[in-house]
Design a protein around this ligand. Structure first.
Ligand SMILES: Cc1ncc(COP(=O)(O)O)c(C=O)c1O
Length: 425
């Protein structure tokens, strides 16, 4: 289903959760949406109406978009309709429009997008596809998600590459300096996250990719939190690969993702596994020796087999949903809530340690923190008891907490978390 103004209003009315005046406000505002105009980041009526499009429980406060983003009704409906359609008509395929739609969404070309099930899969395709030898060095952070750590660590174990790591600095400049200091003649890859899962710091990714390029190093980015949180222009970013998903900030179906592979880099990145779609269709098993044809002249060489057609219909609907509201409007709202959260956490003074930089360009939707003298996991459990979902961060010994907010959240929900922290300090 295309997500347009009519559907926007219809989905909301199906829920019957809006008052007449809210519905009128929604109708008025959706004209603003479709006119491409600015929606204020603190326009609570507008964002309240957006919230009505999500099937989120009223009993729970969901502050964990960094793990996955709940889908709005138009996305769920698109998945349902595509399944019904496929299962009644018996048609095969149908996901073909998704790479092109995703490409436009992230500032790339159709032939640079491979469909994946999640970020981990995209990272693995990139990690195992780059030609590396024993002793070659790869730079990671000390804030990795297991999905970016494990592929490289496994390659260290199997192929003898060397994983080196830096801790992101409090400012973009400091981060860049730390990466530069790690580079040696043996450095072949910078495999940094765009936004680490631990505390949501926005790393200076364009400068990191430039640094890599200037030194002849490959930049293979873990972009789990980029797509949907901010407007991406991957060509401008200059990375070689960017692994992301549609199930976090894009609010799409869970188990959908993509890997961007820069066109010129496709000659360097070997296809990790083959299947339908990997070659140009001319393979022949009956010749002797067998005929191995050329790879598909696109990123389709990196994935094959039956795809989750209905889920990709949901991805298309998620992009429509985002574009109806406007990527810039979403980014501003997300950033507003992230700053609001930071400011409230800072009010606790030295009782709460904020782990996310306050530098404007280094922060966005996600905040990491520790409560002095309070076990992180106990506080996480307390939140669950109170029906507030945040994330505990045991990764790499950080033992901290993470709060992440999206457009369906509001300041009152953040305040509920703060009230719980207040009781605990
Ligand atoms: C930074 C980062 N990288 C990779 C992943 C793995 O993502 P997926 O579960 O889609 O494979 C996540 C998931 O939370 C993440 O936050």
């Amino acid at each position: 289903m295309n997500f347009n103004r009519r559907n926007f209003i219809r989905s909301a009315s199906v829920l019957a959760a809006l008052t007449i005046s809210e519905m009128q406000a929604l109708a008025a505002k959706s004209q603003i949406v479709n006119g491409g105009k600015v929606i204020e980041d603190n326009d609570e009526v507008y964002w309240h109406n957006v919230r009505q499009l999500f099937p989120l429980s009223k009993e729970w406060t969901y502050l964990n978009n960094g793990t996955f983003g709940p889908s709005p009704y138009p996305v769920i409906e698109a998945v349902h309709n595509a399944m019904i359609d496929q299962d009644t008509m018996g048609n095969y395929g149908g996901y073909d429009s998704t790479p092109g739609k995703l490409a436009k969404f992230v500032g790339a070309n159709d032939d640079e997008i491979a469909l994946t099930r999640n970020v981990t899969e995209g990272i693995n395709i990139a990690c195992w596809g780059v030609p590396l030898q024993k002793g070659d060095e790869v730079i990671l952070t000390t804030h990795e998600h297991v999905g970016n750590a494990m592929p490289w660590m496994t390659r260290q174990k199997i192929d003898g590459i060397i994983v080196k790591k830096y801790t992101p600095g409090a400012t973009a400049d400091e981060t860049l300096n730390r990466i530069a200091a790690l580079i040696t003649k043996k450095t072949k890859v910078i495999a940094t996250p765009h936004i680490p899962c631990t505390q949501g710091q926005v790393l200076p990714i364009k400068q990191i990719c430039k640094l890599a390029k200037d030194k002849g190093i490959m930049s293979l980015i873990d972009g789990a939190h980029g797509a949907g949180m901010m407007t991406l222009n991957l060509h401008d970013m200059g990375c070689d690969t960017y692994a992301s998903c549609c199930h976090k900030w894009m609010l799409g179906p869970k188990g959908t993702g993509f890997l961007y592979v820069r066109k010129e880099f496709q000659d360097t990145l070997r296809p990790h596994y083959g299947g339908a779609g990997t070659d140009n269709g001319k393979w022949d098993l009956m010749t002797d020796p067998v005929t191995i044809s050329d790879y598909a002249p696109s990123a389709h060489r990196y994935y094959g087999g039956t795809q989750a057609n209905s889920l990709y219909a949901g991805v298309n609907a998620a992009i429509d949903f985002i574009e109806t509201i406007g990527q810039a409007n979403i980014y501003n709202r997300i950033k507003f809530l992230g700053k609001y959260t930071q400011d409230r956490l800072l009010e606790f003074g030295n009782k709460v340690e904020l782990l996310t930089p306050t530098e404007a360009k280094s922060r966005c939707a996600v905040n990491g923190f520790k409560i002095k003298g309070v076990d992180y996991h106990k506080f996480y459990e307390l939140c669950s008891d109170q029906k507030i979902r945040i994330r505990a961060v045991p990764e790499n010994g950080l033992n901290s907490l993470r709060v992440s907010t999206h457009i369906y959240n509001n300041t009152a929900e953040v305040d509920m978390l703060m009230a719980l922290i207040k009781k605990s300090v």
